[in-house]
Design a binder for this molecule. Structure first.
Ligand code: SAM
Length: 386
């Protein structure tokens, strides 16, 4: 007798057991119960609503060498770009007109003063431009709109630009950014260190997540599922980590091999003999099981149906929305830049325009009987403003 919508206090051992039962022993009745309960918890907190975060991948310049990533510093044959400031602001205006609610600015990592100043200007300009649109739309007199009212207008700006000094995080908050996405990638420090160069550390990633929260950001984090060497125990620990850290948004996607990267070689050595199609199907199921587990154990948190899910299954994102996810991230990056932001093989929507992505996702949402909550910022119930 499980109460529909009830958040379940499963501990790490129970979560590992549930993943083992559904993944290794193929208990499909238990899996169906998990997915159904995840959907009931999602509906309790969000009804039929799906929140959008438009994403613009404004630069692929990166100083890091994450072993799995297609835009890592030493990846060859990647044409590096950084969008002009006005180009990003143009995307922000489009996003406001099309009622995206939130605009997420994502890029490779570049912790320089010059990049900080670029970002401060871009964040402030995106806020200013969309608040002005909002004021005009409502027919208000700009001079009569106070600071508190402005804060509640225009687009929410989210950043996903990696590890930075705390002072940079503070400066970007002061410029008007209110959300930040930084995946821990895996909650297992040993696995993290095996997948990254020695110049990067899991401990530093944790420090950054804590600094972001202290500064006052709504903090999103997440992991990749199916990394070489990752166990079901690690995935259960990932969910426990999201809960314990108090993440406001969770983004989990399957790990997808990108040719000519060290981690793809590790993956090949471990799994090269298995059928790729079968593996992708297994990854879709495993990723959505972990998503569902996060939903039933954490409750009122935003969970993204990630783009990488669609790379492994044409309906991957809709499937996730029925198994605990409540957020979609339409890609708004101008088409000409998309082919240079290939994080992994088969990244979808590479030749599409922002308008096509918006229409396509709207259609997908209505097909599963949910509705896009356009224009909403979509704060999760578990976020308490500082
Ligand atoms: N540099 C910023 C950071 O690390 O937070 C943001 C950009 S980074 C490219 C965004 C995310 O891409 C990473 O957090 C990682 O999880 C994901 N990613 C990179 N390579 C991937 C792969 N081969 N398969 C799946 N996801 C990948």
């Amino acid at each position: 007798g499980m109460q529909p919508g009830a958040v379940l206090p499963l501990d790490q051992v129970q979560m590992t057991e549930l993943l083992a039962e559904t993944t290794l022993r193929g208990n499909s009745r238990l899996e169906a119960a998990l997915f159904a309960h995840a959907d009931s918890v999602t509906r309790k907190f969000f009804g039929d609503d799906v929140y959008y975060r438009g994403i613009v991948e404004f630069s692929n310049v990166c100083q890091n060498d994450c072993g799995y990533c297609g835009i890592r510093k030493h990846q060859h044959d990647v044409h590096r770009y950084t969008m002009a400031e006005e180009e990003v602001v143009e995307v922000a205006r489009w996003a406001f007109t099309n009622r995206m609610g939130t605009l997420m600015l994502q890029s490779g990592e570049l912790p320089t003063q010059k990049r900080l100043e670029y970002l401060q200007r871009v964040v402030a300009a995106c806020r200013e431009a969309t608040v002005a649109q909002d004021i005009e739309q409502r027919g208000l007199d700009p001079k009569a709109v106070g600071a508190a009212e402005r804060e509640a207008m225009g687009l929410r700006i989210a950043l996903s630009v990696g590890e930075l000094p705390r002072a940079h995080y503070q400066a970007l908050y002061d410029a008007g950014a209110r959300r930040y996405l930084l995946r821990i990638e895996t909650s297992n420090p040993e696995l993290y260190h095996a997948l990254h160069p020695s110049s990067m550390s899991w401990e530093h990633r944790i420090e950054c997540l804590e600094a972001l929260r202290d500064v006052g950001f709504q903090v999103g984090t997440g992991v990749m599922v199916g990394l070489p060497g990752q166990t079901l125990c690690d995935l259960a620990a990932d969910v426990a980590f999201f809960k314990q850290f108090g993440a406001n948004m969770i983004g989990m996607g399957p790990y997808i091999t990108e040719p000519n990267t060290p981690v793809a070689e590790m993956w090949q050595a471990l799994h090269g003999h298995i059928d790729k199609k079968e593996h992708m199907n297994a990854m879709l199921h495993l990723t959505t099981r972990v998503n569902a587990l996060a939903r039933v154990t954490i409750g009122g948190v935003n969970i993204t149906a990630t783009t990488a899910l669609q790379a492994i299954d044409p309906n991957g994102r809709e499937i996730a929305l029925r198994r605990g996810a409540n957020v979609l991230m339409p890609i708004l990056t101008p088409t000409k830049y998309r082919e240079n932001y290939q994080l992994y093989e088969g990244k979808p929507c590479i030749t599409d325009t922002a308008d096509e992505c918006r229409k396509c996702l709207n259609a997908r949402v209505s097909m599963i009987g949910k509705r896009a909550k356009m224009g909403a910022w979509g704060d999760p119930p578990n976020f308490v403003a500082p």
